[in-house]
Design a protein around this ligand. Structure first.
Ligand code: ADP
Length: 976
């Protein structure tokens, strides 16, 4: 080999070696990597195994825990205490630690940890589940050991449907109840609160359906034999033609039923036939309906036009009953009221108990479906109501805003949080007309904003001769309301314009903070419809609802009268709490009435075990007791409403009693608003409440003016306000009113009112279908209501060619006697008299009447004139109290009407808003003058009259605007 060759051989060998080494290295590396992956996989597997084991272990432990609960519970109490030693600082503990549904449990209380229980042998345990709604009981606790400071325990079973455990301890009449909140611990392994509530709702609904279906089927079964008498067999013949037949007889199971539509006007073109089916002479009404199709291949000629469909006939049917309609259910054929009916072959004796059970089950399914449909309809209706309310709220806000725009405006008019806005103020229209400089003081969020405020600042007058002044304000991002007052200076003795105590406000949109709700608690002795004697009951309910609809929390406290026990609306009341006070035990239950949470106060001394709201000689004593019991309830349950709202003499005592006996003793927060619905009763108490309340209201501005000199209020006029009542626009709505023969709105009032008029004419034997105007009075017949004027109006209306309807109730027999005599002498084809308090009839009278007369001598507010407008009956009223504030005379009050109804200063721009006829005096001359003018419009210009009816129907006399006024007053009471 040459040296060269040797070198090459060495190089080759080196290269081969290097390659082999590299390969070996790669192999080793791969191996190491594989090993690492293997180890990693193993570790992961081990971790998973460990986790699974831990889970399995926990599960095993849990299973053991669950299985052995009875054992754990059933130990010697001393053992339980030992196990808990060290952790024994708590007031109580339970065994097992977590309460489990369907299992026993014990609770131990450490008496030494409670001031109430320490040293007591006689500890009682009051307990229940699910917010006290499930299994409430109380029992003596069993002492452990002999030392009175030791533990005591009680054992109980946790029901399957429990989600929470509520309890308190008691000794010597004193409660250890977690400062009034009651103790609560969760229950495990069961359903959630929502699930339990749904389960119970479903269960109750099922039980109701089951009972209903069973009862219906029982009756049906009982009568089934009789129901087949005189029923056609095989085919139904009428006028010599076959109308109904089947292909193979009428048998239970599926039967192809055919109907001959020839010569029957129902339906029109092919495919427009609907069959409504029931059984056993419609024992359970219509049970289902189906569309029938033309039968292919059947003859079609003047005598034959066959439609068919498969019907399911149950084994329990003796007869099948049918009625036909067109597809839209507008035209019907019910065989002139006899229905179409065929005997089911062998029906009798076919049905076994099993068949009847199956029928019950079918009925349950049907009832559930109907209920679901009704619930869905209610949801849709609620949504529509919400929308209507929002629109009404916007309109009400707009009118209120227009009514203050001659004093204060904001630019932009609907400010948003963060905006800079210009406030313009017109002092010449206020008590600051003579001010050189005008100062603005402002705040936000009803003066509660803690950091942002506008200290008294002088406003700028754009030019020397400008009558208005301006000021720019930047709204903080967390503001939802701007608040202002104005003054002519900042030194003591300056004159302020604070909008009669309400201050000026502009709502702010898009705030980063939500407006907190007001919490209002009414304390009253009447509430419609469960305890209604008069207008007070209506106002409490409607006002509460209106304020709640504005996004606030409203509750009512009522006495629990005995007659509530039989009220169909109240059903099962829920327990709220009980306490010892005023020398007796007082139990409070609750129920939702007309969407409002109501608390019923029931003293165990039987004070309200009475069958009427008023009428006993101890009314005063009873109601005073109730006022204090209501305050006691608020105190004991630690409620702190913003406002206590009391009404009339009956709950006037709340005002004084709250400030003297409760305000400094725990019930500290509320302010008191007192409303006078009628000044004529309990004036001493009214006077006292006017003194103590932060605000007193009465039910219309004019009535407030009329009674302002009265001793009961005259010393407190600075806090006396008139806010008119409204009507409940859902109860009084001709477009949904169930008491009318035809529902109508402003768009078709002529037809709707004609139908109502004909109904009244028919019922009372008045000349039917007459085109005479109809004048009506709906009233209690008492001196307040202007009895002489009512009587005279009847004669006068008849003289003027009208028909007259009187719906009146007279508590005084002498008054009744007078009216009876009158009815005897002039009742006839043109005058109808109904002496009763008849709510359904009143709806019909409002709808039928062209004119409603309200000639009251005095009238705090009056509802009849507002109801009559809603029904398109033109009010003719004596201008007093609330009648003056709601009715504006067609001939003389266009400006006042525009202002009050539309917030407008120019009726020519916003339109004529007058809505009736009024008179001033108390003699017949005034009445005749107003009634004549009213009737003349009917006789002389019917087109105008119909448009006028439409106009008054469209006006809003509901609670929308008064509610906004009350909210202003509530805030003003809170500010003090
Ligand atoms: P008051 O409360 O003084 O009786 P309002 O005008 O405030 O007068 O309220 C009267 C209410 O009672 C209205 O809802 C009216 O429809 C109703 N009403 C009055 N008399 C009768 C009657 N005889 N039958 C049915 N409802 C009546």
């Amino acid at each position: 080999m040459t040296a060269e060759e040797i070198e090459r051989a060495i190089a080759l060998e080196k290269a081969q070696l290097a390659q082999a080494q590299a390969q070996e290295l790669a192999r080793l590396q791969a191996e190491a990597q594989a090993e690492q992956l293997r180890l990693q996989a193993e570790a992961e597997a081990a971790a998973i195994r460990a986790e699974r084991e831990a889970i399995a272990d926990a599960k095993r432990k849990e299973e053991i825990f669950l299985k052995t609960i009875p054992e754990q519970v059933n130990k010697d109490p001393q053992d339980h205490l030992k196990e808990r030693m060290g952790g024994g600082e708590n007031l109580f503990f339970t065994v097992p630690e977590r309460l489990v549904v369907g299992n026993p449990a014990r609770i131990y209380v450490n008496k030494s940890r409670s001031d109430t229980l320490r040293g007591k042998h006689n500890v009682r345990f009051f307990a229940g589940f699910n917010d006290w709604k499930l299994e409430e009981w109380d029992t003596a606790m069993i002492p452990v050991g002999s030392d009175a400071d030791d533990y005591a325990y009680s054992e109980f079973q946790v029901p399957d449907l429990a989600y929470g455990f509520n309890f308190v301890f008691e000794a010597d009449g004193n409660f250890e109840n977690s400062g009034g909140d009651n103790f609560f611990v969760d229950v495990h392994y069961g359903k959630t609160k929502e699930e339990v509530e749904k389960f119970l709702r479903d269960k109750a609904a099922y039980e109701k359906d089951l009972a209903e279906a069973t009862a219906a089927c029982e009756t049906e079964k009982y009568e089934a034999g009789m129901r087949k008498e005189g029923v056609a067999e095989g085919e139904y013949m009428k006028d010599g033609r076959v109308i109904f037949k089947t292909d193979r007889g009428v048998k239970s199971g599926t039967t192809f039923m055919m109907f001959n539509k020839a010569m029957n006007p129902i339906g029109g073109p092919a495919g427009d036939i609907r069959i409504h089916v029931g059984f056993n002479k419609f024992a359970q009404g219509f049970e289902y309906e189906l569309i029938m199709d033309r039968v292919k291949g059947a003859p079609v000629d003047p005598e034959n036009d066959w439609y068919g469909v498969n019907l399911e006939i149950p084994h329990t049917a003796y007869t099948i009953d049918m009625v036909i309609s067109d597809e839209k259910k507008e035209q019907w054929d019910n065989n002139d009221g006899y229905d179409y009916r065929l005997l089911v072959e062998g029906g009798e004796g076919n049905a076994t108990t099993k068949d009847w059970d199956a029928r019950i089950q079918e009925r349950i399914v049907y009832l559930a479906k109907m209920r679901e449909e009704a619930e869905e309809a209610a949801r849709v209706a609620a949504k529509a109501r919400r929308k209507r309310r929002e629109a009404a709220h916007r309109e009400a806000t707009l009118v209120t805003r227009r009514q203050q725009q001659h004093i204060i405006t904001c630019e932009p008019p609907y400010p948003k949080a963060g905006d800079t806005v210009k406030i313009t103020y017109h002092p010449q229209n206020t008590n600051l007309g003579l001010a050189q400089d005008v100062y603005i003081t402002g705040g936000f969020n009803r003066w509660t904003h803690e950091t942002a405020e506008i200290p008294a600042s002088v406003m700028t007058r754009p030019t020397e001769t400008s009558t208005f002044v301006e000021f720019d304000i930047t709204i903080p991002t967390d503001a939802w309301m701007m608040d202002f007052v104005f003054s002519d200076g900042i030194v003591e003795g300056s004159t302020y314009d604070n909008h009669f105590g309400r201050d000026y406000h502009f709502p702010v949109e898009d705030s980063s903070v939500e407006k907190p709700p007001l919490h209002i608690t009414h304390i009253a002795v009447e509430m419609a419809p469960i305890a209604k004697v008069g207008g007070l009951g209506d106002v409490v309910t409607a006002l509460a609802r209106a304020i709640q609809d504005e996004g606030n929390l409203v509750e009512v406290i009522l006495p629990k009268y005995q007659f509530f026990n039989s009220s169909p609306m109240l059903g099962n009341m829920e327990f709220e709490g009980e306490f010892e006070a005023l020398g007796t035990r007082i139990v409070v239950t609750k129920h939702v009435v007309e969407d409002i949470q109501v608390f019923f106060v029931e003293p165990m001394n039987g004070m309200f075990a009475v069958d009427s709201v008023y009428g006993r000689n101890d009314d005063g004593v009873k109601f005073d007791f109730f006022c204090n019991a209501a305050l006691e309830f608020l105190l004991q349950t630690n409620r702190q409403p913003d406002i206590l709202h009391c009404h009339d003499w009956s709950t006037a005592t709340v005002a004084a009693s709250y400030w003297q006996n409760y305000h400094n003793y725990g019930l500290w927060k509320p302010k008191v608003v007192f409303t006078i619905h009628n000044m004529n009763y309990g004036q001493m108490k009214i006077g006292e409440a006017s003194f103590h309340a932060q605000l007193t209201t009465t039910v219309s501005p004019s009535y407030a003016g009329e009674v302002s000199g009265h001793a009961a209020v005259r010393d407190n006029l600075h806090k006396f306000h008139g806010v008119r009542n409204g009507i409940d626009s859902e109860i009084w709505d001709p477009s949904t009113d169930q008491f009318l023969p035809m529902n109508y709105s402003a768009d078709n009032h002529e037809d709707g009112k004609r139908r109502a008029r004909e109904e009244i004419q028919g019922r009372f034997g008045l000349t039917w279908g007459s085109d005479q105007p109809m004048v009506a009075v709906v009233s209690r017949l008492t001196a307040q209501k202007g009895l002489d004027l009512i009587k005279h109006s009847i004669h006068h209306s008849l003289k003027r060619g009208a028909q007259f309807v009187l719906l009146g109730s007279a508590p005084d027999p002498k008054v009744q006697g007078d009216f009876n005599a009158m009815a005897g002498s002039i009742g006839g084809p043109n005058a109808a008299f109904a002496f009763a308090f008849d709510e359904p009839l009143s709806h019909l009278v409002y709808a039928a009447a062209d004119f409603i007369l309200v000639p009251s001598m005095f009238e705090p507010c009056g509802l009849t004139q507002m109801i009559s407008m809603r029904y398109g009956a033109v009010p003719v009223v004596r201008a007093t109290g609330g009648l003056r504030d709601t009715i504006f005379d067609v001939d003389t009050e266009k400006d006042r009407a525009a202002w009050e109804v539309d917030g407008s200063t120019d009726w020519k721009v916003t339109g004529d808003a007058t809505n009736g006829f009024s008179f001033e005096g108390t003699d017949i001359g005034g009445l005749e003058y107003a009634l004549d003018r009213a009737l003349d419009t009917y006789y002389n210009d019917r087109i105008w009259f119909r448009q006028f009816q439409e106009r008054i129907m469209r006006q809003d006399w509901s609670w929308n605007r008064p509610a906004l006024d009350y909210i202003e007053l509530y805030y003003s009471a809170i500010r003090g």
